[in-house]
Design a binder for this molecule. Structure first.
Ligand SMILES: *Cc1c(COP(=O)(O)O)cnc(C)c1O
Length: 392
């Protein structure tokens, strides 16, 4: 006989999911409503308005896709890319590679702009790509590369796309709620995100927003969208404004309560205050790590406050450290990916995980585990350094 599953209370400081606050878990456990119940439809409208606030947009087509961030990514590509299109795709980490896959599976050509992992997307290279491929109809890039901890200049990249008459697809899965994100200010056209990073909601939902220009392109499509489930024209029959809400799929009703609660919490804190909290805790973590003798993998100007790539010191067993953190301290941090595997750790300070208690746990646990591994670190210096930053 199988038995009920009771997970331990981990501290989640990896690349997502982040710690889910009790308020959000509580919302998840409220009574399930029918997915066309007028009360639920009212909640859907409020979720859309809250997402407009979080994305900083007036886009009418703003909604949560009932599937994880990867589905939001796919929704943007399948609706905007048609067979034969040319799409400029920026790759400076794992997720740009997935964008290329999406483009090619839509029967289009991906023109790749490559930057080293750990570097931001080069604006000059993208400008050159547009000069060489004036027929490119889209530019796709990742704002916050979770695989490397690097932020790219979304405002400049969206402006470049507009200058060349192309639409932009922007991955903001790790940005939303953590760093400045301004969909209307940037003039971004198709933007997707996730719930389990800086919103600190449960995984499995993907907020998306499409500009009026993107909607125009979707409405003018000659080819049917290759995905039935993600076809925005069909999804709008369920989520759209001024429509008689019709069955398209059964929304994950309770997960939507959780998303609503996490967005209410973001609104209560205030977007700018949430960004400032992420920046402050990041500065404190870096001060603590550096006081311990560790170094950061990304240049200061391009660091993401919510995802901290830390160089693994010489001679330290990466996997052993991470399993000791998990087994002895119930603390999860992320491993390096791809080119950075074995070279970096990824310490997430996302959403509810970006708080003083977690900073203290992480620095204390890391100091203890590295010490018992015989790593050459300075003990006793990390916490005072971090606290000095928090004290301002
Ligand atoms: C996590 C992440 C995704 C994928 O989201 P899932 O919810 O895991 O499907 C996409 N892009 C970036 C930048 C991410 O960090």
């Amino acid at each position: 006989m199988s038995q009920s599953f009771y997970p331990p209370q981990r501290t989640l400081m990896g690349p997502g999911p982040s710690d889910v606050p009790a308020r959000v878990l509580g919302a998840l456990a409220r009574p399930t409503l029918g997915h066309l119940d007028p009360l639920f439809v009212g909640l859907m409208d409020d979720i859309k308005a809250l997402l407009q606030y979080a994305f900083r947009t007036d886009n009418a087509l703003t909604l949560p896709v009932s599937a994880p961030g990867s589905a939001g990514m796919e929704a943007c590509f399948v609706n905007l890319v048609s067979p034969g299109d040319k799409v400029i795709v920026c790759r400076n980490g794992v997720f740009g590679g997935r964008m290329q896959e999406n483009v090619e599976r839509c029967g289009a050509t991906a023109v790749m702009v490559e930057d080293d992992w750990g570097q931001p997307v080069s604006i000059d290279k993208v400008a050159e790509a547009f000069a060489e491929h004036p027929d490119a109809s889209l530019l796709a890039f990742v704002h916050a590369e979770t695989s490397t901890g690097v932020r790219s200049d979304a405002a400049a990249l969206c402006a470049l796309a507009r200058e060349h008459g192309a639409l932009s697809i922007v991955d903001t899965v790790t940005s939303l709620g953590g760093i400045e994100l301004d969909v209307d200010g940037w003039g971004a056209d198709a933007v997707y995100s996730g719930t389990q990073k800086c919103l600190s909601c449960v995984p499995g939902i993907s907020p998306v927003t499409f500009s009026p220009r993107a909607v125009e392109r979707i409405n003018g499509r000659e080819h049917k969208v290759q995905s039935w489930f993600l076809d925005m024209q069909l999804v709008m029959g369920y989520w759209g404004a001024n429509t008689k809400r019709a069955y398209h799929h059964t929304a994950p009703v309770n997960a939507m309560y959780a998303l609503h609660e996490s967005l209410v919490m973001l609104q209560e804190e205030g977007l700018e205050a949430a960004w400032a909290r992420h920046a402050r805790n990041h500065a404190a973590l870096v001060a603590g790590l550096e006081a311990m003798g560790l170094s950061m993998a990304v240049a200061e100007a391009h660091r993401l406050p919510q995802l901290n790539a830390v160089n693994i010191p010489e001679g330290v067993d990466d996997a052993a450290v991470r399993s000791a953190l998990l087994n002895e301290f119930d603390l999860e941090i992320g491993a390096g990916l791809g080119a950075l595997a074995g070279k970096t750790w990824r310490v997430g300070l996302m959403g509810h995980s970006s708080r003083e208690r977690n900073l203290v746990s992480c620095l204390t646990a890391l100091e203890s585990v590295l010490g018992s591994q015989g790593a050459a670190i300075r003990t006793g210096a990390a916490l005072p350094a971090a606290k000095a930053v928090l004290a301002g």
